[in-house]
Design a protein around this ligand. Structure first.
Ligand SMILES: NC(=O)c1ccc[n+]([C@@H]2O[C@H](COP(=O)([O-])OP(=O)(O)OC[C@H]3O[C@@H](n4cnc5c(N)ncnc54)[C@H](O)[C@@H]3O)[C@@H](O)[C@H]2O)c1
Length: 321
């Protein structure tokens, strides 16, 4: 896929990953049309992007608005927008269905009618469900997601694959581990930092000690991996896992956050969790992806899980809301 000197639409450009990706694409000399309805994203995350003449921001709702005008003239769509909140999926299934499946369908239909051939899609480790092979490779199956979020992202993957094969498109799908870094608004770090700012003597932790065991990747490594994967993609549908090679328990994350915030004597209050110690319904207990395929194209995360968490906490703490 050509990812230099192109006109690229980034949906969800004002969100956590979308805004970092937008910055990187602009730095590479692309013209970026960023689309966001600002439901979760923030215009302030686009401050750097808006210094480029080659950046256009369009506030639009992908679920309702006509997308053809927005996508016109683009060579590629990187469809980042989603409802990415795994936890809320057990309560609000409709939002995941609409914001993930329906929106992806609308994005693909607009691309089809305009003849836009290249689509890049950030998917998630949660499509695998609870795997028996760890680290989990891209070929693992059957895919049995245990969260509504994971199920809807898997449905999006399937739609994208079918459009690539049916309508002569090319697709690159990334299955991310947990991504951390500045501008995040809804992950475990953000939760812990917010709770500790509110009360530095104790920390409520969802789940049973020591919590789930998962892999984390810094957003800078994530964005670099997306660009490398998209540039090297040759097949009609290319699938890449993207995560670091190690993992951490929730307790280890809490320890790092507390250390980074220079707090002492914090009491952990584990909630006990649901369904045998999960943090919430649909929370996978063990997640570690094999990213060997992306590594074989030259990508290497510069930070492991704990380094990524340390850096992300520093970034979150340095930039209060
Ligand atoms: N953050 C992670 O750890 C992680 C892990 C795996 C996969 N992902 C995937 O990466 C992508 C980005 O996640 P994120 O963490 O940056 O989320 P985010 O919530 O920060 O960003 C999503 C953006 O999409 C926008 N958006 C949502 N619905 C929209 C609509 N209908 N119209 C226009 N804009 C809309 C939001 O305003 C927001 O700016 C998602 O597709 C998510 O599934 C994220």
């Amino acid at each position: 896929m050509k990812i230099r000197g192109s006109k690229i639409v980034v949906t969800g450009c004002a969100g956590f990953i979308g805004s970092h990706l937008t910055d990187a694409l602009l730095e590479m000399g692309n013209h970026v049309v960023g689309v966001d309805n600002l439901s979760a994203g923030r215009r302030s995350f686009l401050e750097d992007a808006e210094t480029y003449d080659d950046f256009t921001f369009i506030q639009s709702d992908l679920l309702k608005d006509d997308l053809k005008d927005v996508f016109k003239g683009a060579q590629m769509v990187i469809h980042v927008a989603a409802n990415p909140d795994v936890r809320s999926g057990a309560k609000d299934t409709l939002s995941h269905y609409q914001q993930n499946i329906e929106v992806t369908y609308r994005v693909l239909e607009a691309m089809k009618s305009l003849g836009i051939k290249d689509v890049v899609f950030p998917s998630t480790s949660t499509v695998y469900g609870e795997t028996t092979v760890i680290p989990t490779p891209e070929e693992y199956g059957p895919l049995v997601p245990i969260s509504v979020y994971g199920a809807t992202k898997l449905a999006c993957e399937a739609l994208i694959c079918s459009y690539a094969h049916s309508f002569d498109m090319q697709a690159v799908i990334f299955r991310f581990a947990n991504v951390v870094g500045s501008r995040s608004t809804h992950n475990v770090l953000h939760d812990f930092v917010a709770k500790l700012r509110n009360d530095p003597t104790q920390l409520e932790i969802l789940g049973a000690e020591p919590g789930t065991v998962k892999s984390y990747v810094h957003v800078d490594d994530c964005v670099r991996g997306m660009i490398i994967g998209a540039e090297y993609a040759r097949n009609k549908v290319e699938m890449f896992n993207l995560g670091s090679a190690d993992c951490l328990t929730v307790k280890e994350i809490a320890d790092i956050v507390i250390d980074s915030m220079e707090l002492r004597g914090v009491v952990y209050r584990w909630t006990g969790g649901v369904q045998g110690g999960r943090g919430w319904i649909g929370d996978v207990k063990n997640m570690l992806l094999s990213s060997e395929k992306l590594r074989s194209y030259g990508w290497e995360p510069s930070l492991n899980s704990s380094q990524a968490i340390c850096k992300a906490v520093r970034e979150i703490v340095a930039k209060p809301d």
